[in-house]
Design a protein around this ligand. Structure first.
Ligand code: PEP
Ligand code: MN
Length: 337
């Protein structure tokens, strides 16, 4: 971190400022004294240094970070890829392309069990399905809640597929005992109290990028979870808000190689929420496979036109069969797997 001091500061003030920095943070301070101004270089653990606090000090002209503010998520300090392994078949981050599939929301036993059986047959290794649904309208179907979780368990018992489902409030955590991967939705990406609590949970967390959040903000949210001791975080790019209205969101495909460079955490793509349109799911999934994603999370419904949530972006089990085959072929070609 570089701190430029205001011009012509008294030596005593500079000295006590440097003393404060070394007392408050685990850093050493290098000083360059120019003709009019002084520049300080902070070395050490600058992740804990609050840039806004520094910038607010009367003798400071400007502050610039030269290192990323995230530490545990940073590839620089952890060069090897993190691999999240739920069971022998359900692995994310080992170089393969994991398929997580299932309906937006759990609607009935019949629905979740039939979709689970179909996606498993096509090669999915995780079952998705929302029980607690964040909906824009308070009048929309908001999930079967605890009953939905019970139905997911039944589908898991029938197929062996581990469960991925969204947690919206920490109060519901006791109900999630049999859930294998906890999803934190886009709307909760910066629910910092929730993220802190997840730091103490011994389960992988699938963290979705917020609708209007930067890549660095996504990494800082992962850092919240990791700082608490839970290092099993999977990042998910699910489209961001732009001025384009044709699609529900705009898939930031470049987020994949960027994140893979910045962090050791696995990165997956959600082409369903990124596009909002069922016929766009397959081409975006193919792009994700080509660009190096560690997995895909895809909404599959037995009867999309009657889905209680997100029918327009849901693909049928038959369409998922074809998609799985094609993404498998791309993965093979691009990664030699
Ligand atoms: C979902 O996965 O069903 C969901 C609500 O996703 P997001 O948080 O990305 O909108
Ligand atoms: Mn959905």
């Amino acid at each position: 971190m570089i701190i430029v001091l205001k011009r012509n500061q008294e030596e005593e003030k500079v000295k006590s400022f440097i003393e404060m920095l070394t007392r408050k943070y685990e850093v050493t301070v290098n000083t360059w004294v120019g003709t009019h101004s002084t520049v300080l270089g902070l070395l050490g653990d600058t992740a804990a240094v609050d840039d806004e606090y520094i910038a607010a000090q009367p003798i400071v002209e400007s502050v610039k970070r030269v290192q990323e503010p995230y530490k545990k998520a940073n590839r620089k300090f952890h060069p090897d890829d993190t691999v999240v392994r739920v069971n022998e078949n359900a692995v994310i981050g080992d170089g393969s392309l994991a398929l997580i599939a299932g309906p937006c929301s759990v609607e009935s036993r019949e629905q979740i069990c039939s979709v689970a059986a179909r996606v498993k047959a096509a090669g999915a290794t995780f079952l998705r399905g929302g029980a607690f649904k964040p909906r824009t309208s308070p009048y929309a179907f908001s999930g079967l809640k605890a009953e939905g979780l019970e139905l997911l368990k039944e589908a898991k018992a029938e197929t062996g597929l581990p469960i991925v489902t969204e947690l919206m409030s920490i109060e519901h955590l006791p109900l999630f005992e049999d859930v294998d991967v906890i999803q934190i939705g886009a709307r909760n990406m910066q629910n910092f109290e929730l993220l802190r609590e997840l730091g103490h949970v011994n389960k992988p967390i699938l963290l979705k990028r917020g609708l209007a959040n930067t890549i660095e903000e996504l990494l800082m949210s992962a850092e919240y979870i990791m700082a608490g001791g839970n290092e099993q975080v999977i990042l998910c790019e699910r489209g961001i808000r732009t001025y384009e209205t044709f699609t529900r969101n705009t898939l930031d495909i470049s987020a994949v190689p960027i994140l893979k460079r910045l962090t050791h955490l696995p990165v997956i793509i959600d082409p369903s929420h990124a596009s909002g349109i069922s016929w766009l799911v397959e081409p975006l999934a193919l792009a994700a496979a080509a660009v190096g994603a560690d997995g895909l999370i895809i909404e599959v419904h037995n009867d999309p036109s009657h889905a209680l949530c997100d029918g327009a972006q849901s693909i049928t089990p038959d369409q998922f069969d074809r998609l799985a085959e094609k993404v498998g072929a791309v993965t093979k070609t691009v990664r030699g797997l």
